[in-house]
Every structure is written in C-alpha cells, then in structure tokens.
Design a protein around this ligand. Structure first.
Ligand code: GLU
Length: 515
C-alpha cells in the first residue's frame, strides 16, 4: 500500500466548529496509525467568505488539541504552497487542460442571461433550471458558439467561466469507507463552474487538483461533502486520475444534545455549552464565543470526547490517550448515524482527566486563575490546593469557584449549621481544643494530618463529644461550608499558623452566633 497521506482542508471563514476538530482528529489518527502524513491545507479561494484571523485560529486550535500536522500552512513540507490562494496559477492551468481535452468548456453567459434562462424554466413549469446537458445547448458557451467566436471573445477579454462537462445518463459510483456503495446519477448534476470569472478556482477544482498533486490517499470529511463527491469523481476522470483517486470516508453529522438536527453555533449560545475548541473573538458579541479551552476543559479530554462522536472502539474502554486512540482507531468502526453531542459526557471525560493529572501540571493550569483573582500563591500551595480539590471539580474554573476560601479565607460561614452545634458550654470546649491543637509539636502538622486526627479524637473522647459535634464545626471554620476536602488533610496543608488563625476567627464569630 502507498504511504497514507491525508489532509484537513478547512476554509478560513470564521471559528472552527468542533466538528472540524473531529475531522482533523480522524485524519490525524489514520495518518499516525500507518506512519503516514497529516496535512493542513487552507482552502481560502472564496474571497467573499474569507475572515482575517481564521487561519491563525485554526492553527492554534490544532496545536492546543495536540493534532499537529506533519505538513501544511505553518508546518512546511514538500508539496506546498499549502494555502490555495497561493496556487491560483496551478488551477487555471488544469482548468485550461480540461477544456483542451474536452472535459470542460468556456461559458460566456452573463448573470442576466442566466436569470432569463431560470425564468424560462420556471415558466415552462416542468423543471428547475440547472446548467446541464438539457440546457447548455441553448446557452452561450464554447460548445454552442463557433470556434471563431470563442477565440474572439477570449481575445477581447470577455468575461467567462470554465464549466465541467457532465455527460448525461451515467451512474457515478463510489465505495465510501463509512457509507458503503453510493451511486449518483449524472443527470442530477449540473455543469459545475471550475474556474470563476475572476480567475479563482471553485472549491471543487482546487480541492481535487490539490488532492491529486498532494498525493492524498484518503479523503476523510464531513457528510455535507458527500454530494460534491459525484463531481469530484468526474474531475478525477477529467484529470486522467480516476485509477489513483483517493478513498472517501464521509463522517456522520454531529447532532444537537437532544438529538434533533445538526449542532450549530447558536446551540452553543442557547445552551451555554462550547461548540468551538478555543475562544473566537468576532466583530460583534453575538459572534464571539468561548471554546472548550475557556470553559476549562483539558485538551486531552476534549480529544477523547470528540473521538467518540461517531467512532467507538467496540470495547468497554472509554479513556484513551492520543497514543491509545491511534492504536485503536479504524475507519471501519466509524458509524453511519449522527452522533449526539452529549455535553454531560464531555464533562465526565474532563473530570476523569482532571483526577488523573499530576498536581504539578494542574498547578500550572490553575495558577493563572488564582492570580487573576488577585492572589500570588507559592508553587507548593498551588500543588497542595490542586491535590485537595481535583476530585471535586469537573472544569478548571471550578477550582476557584469551589475553592476560593483556600486563598481568600472564609467570607461566609454556614451559620445555620453552626447554630445547631454551638453553645456557651461548647464554646469553652472548642477554645480548649484550639489551645491543644496549637500546642501539638510541629511534626503533627506534617503529612496528611493523621496526628491531628488522633489528637482531635482523643479530645472528643475525653470530653464526651461525637464526630458529628466537632468535625462539621472544624470544616465550616476552615472552608465556610460542608463541602470541601478532608478536614485533617486540609489542616495539615494549612499548617499550624493558618489553621489557628482560621479557627480563632471562626470561634469568635460562632460565639456571637449562639447568643
Ligand atoms: N474546504 C472544505 C471545508 O471547508 C473542505 C472539504 C473537504 O475536505 O473536501 O470543509
């Protein structure tokens, strides 16, 4: 088998929808699995839809996700340039060749003439106009005009497009690696424009020429491109490359969380969920979005989640590193039916990854959040914080949302809970407990707080107190509420001084609460 070469070929028309990340990922996985090459090609020939910044956005998204191209815009390679706007001359040359070989033709029809033809078809009432075998005979093109007129028009610089000559009455068959055999009837197809009047290629021409020149072996792309494939087959034929045509795999749609219809960027705003990999800053607030990154996902979790949107390994295993995905991936296991975007599942994946991430790495991710809130903790504090909190959070911002008390101290105590446990008599006991804790040797404040636990247990026994009388009070004093990490571990992390300060402050408050 030839060395596998696949490409991700986005158009820089705005933020990259999460479905694009899945397309890139599947291409990448296939390439890595077979030691092939994964290419990033930027399809930017549609000037009208070009959005500045979109290309940089695509590259940053891929880098963040760890889906790194081997060749392409920003990555070098021997098959460049990889930006289609820099390959204009190549497309024009191929289009010209196709005309010469009888696979394409010049069409000189003005927009007004085409409108008139459309109107006429409407009036006839039996079909919708399309530029095809039925109509082209009565339109102004190099098939109907005398050769001399055609030369004259070209010499005069009359505006023209080049169209693909679609022969009627043929079946066009592809063996899609996901969908199986797909048959198109050429009668359904129009004579697609290949080269526009401004000399720019259409998507179809540029895409097929580049897949040919870049020696692409597999085209893996979204299902919305399946209908275009009929024209692409005819283009490979016109290029004399049908035998070397790439294999096609059209990926199932990504559906809304309720399974009804295609996931759109409006669903992101409507449901408050990310549908882009990273934030996109559009011209207006309605066109600006947070991505998985800003929602607080780890890229590995997003990748793992996206891998399962349309593919599954056929086993119970759900957590896959990129390397494991590479080993397990196969096109045969891609499903035909739409994949529902299950945001709860995405969060579940992130939770799994947060638990499994080491404290030092997490500290690096959490540090900017803590600093943005005005605190400047040491590395040691950050790591301890991450260790205590990581099993209690699903998304990165929750480290702060659920754990601000760690840095900022307790702002609000669960007083209702304290009222049930505090009395004048208890107040004396709690003060005594504080004195005893402060008197413990430094060694007791080390480790995971086992010695502190033992000391508190002894104290409870000596004073006829139950864990339910004391532990909630300690917890609320340190954290503010009943949530949060294990009390003694927390005390050990805080150390003697901070623990004493928090308890003293709380005791003062709680004494006031009970009267
Ligand atoms: N430029 C197309 C897109 O934006 C590429 C489709 C394909 O992969 O052929 O998705």
């Amino acid at each position: 088998m030839n060395k596998i070469r696949v490409r991700f070929a986005p158009s820089p028309t705005g933020a990259l929808h999460i479905g694009g990340i899945r397309t890139a990922l599947y291409n990448y996985l296939l390439a890595k699995k077979f030691n092939g090459t994964f290419i990033l090609r930027i399809e930017d020939t549609d000037q009208g839809r070009f959005v500045p910044g979109a290309e940089a956005y695509i590259i940053e998204s891929l880098r963040w996700a760890g889906i790194i191209p081997d060749e392409g815009v920003g990555f070098g390679g021997d098959y460049g340039p990889y930006r289609q706007s820099e390959r204009k001359a190549i497309y024009a040359e191929y289009a010209g060749q196709m005309v010469q070989n009888g696979y394409a033709y010049y069409a000189f029809d003005t927009p007004e003439e085409l409108d008139a033809a459309r109107e006429a078809a409407k009036e006839a009432g039996n079909h919708t106009f399309k530029y095809d075998a039925l109509e082209r005979g009565s339109l102004r093109n190099s098939l109907t005009l005398p050769a001399e007129t055609v030369s004259q028009l070209l010499e005069q610089g009359a505006p023209y497009v080049i169209r693909l000559l679609v022969q009627p009455g043929q079946d066009i068959v592809i063996q899609d690696l996901v969908r199986g055999e797909v048959v198109f009837q050429s009668d359904e197809l129009d004579d697609k424009i290949l080269l526009k009047s401004d000399g720019m290629p259409t998507y179809h021409l540029a895409n097929v020429v580049d897949d040919t020149l870049m020696e692409i072996t597999h085209v893996i792309r979204g299902e919305e491109w399946l209908p275009s494939t009929a024209h692409h087959v005819l283009l490979y034929r016109a290029l004399g490359r049908e035998a070397q045509m790439p294999s096609f795999a059209h990926l199932p749609l990504i559906l809304k969380p309720d399974g009804k219809g295609k996931l759109s960027k409006r669903d992101g705003l409507r449901l408050g969920i990310p549908v882009f990999p990273i934030a996109w800053q559009g011209e207006t607030p309605e066109d600006s979005f947070k991505g998985f990154r800003e929602f607080g996902f780890l890229p590995q979790a997003m990748v793992n989640f996206m891998a399962f949107m349309g593919w599954n390994p056929g086993t119970e295993q759900e957590i896959f590193s990129m390397g494991e995905l590479t080993d397990a991936f196969s096109i045969e296991k891609i499903g035909k039916s739409g994949a529902r975007f299950d945001y709860d599942k995405a969060r579940w994946f992130n939770q799994q990854y947060l638990h499994a991430t080491d404290d030092a790495t997490l500290a690096g991710l959490v540090a900017p959040i803590v600093r943005a809130n005005g605190y400047d903790p040491t590395e040691e504090q950050l790591q301890a914080f991450c260790r205590l909190m990581k099993e209690r959070v699903t998304l990165l911002p929750e480290f702060w949302e659920k754990g601000a008390w760690f840095f900022a101290g307790v702002q609000e105590y669960d007083e209702a809970n304290i009222k049930k446990r505090w009395s004048a008599e208890r107040s004396l006991l709690f003060h005594q407990l504080l004195v005893e804790l402060e008197a413990l040797p430094e060694a007791a404040w080390q480790g995971e707080g086992e010695a502190l636990k033992a000391a508190v247990e002894t104290f409870m026994q000596a004073n006829g107190l139950k864990p339910g009388d004391v532990l909630p009070v300690l917890r609320i004093a340190l954290v503010g509420n009943m949530q949060g990490p294990a009390v003694f571990e927390l005390m050990a992390v805080f150390g003697r001084a901070e623990t004493s300060a928090r308890l003293a402050k709380a005791w003062e408050r709680f004494s006031g609460v009970s009267v």
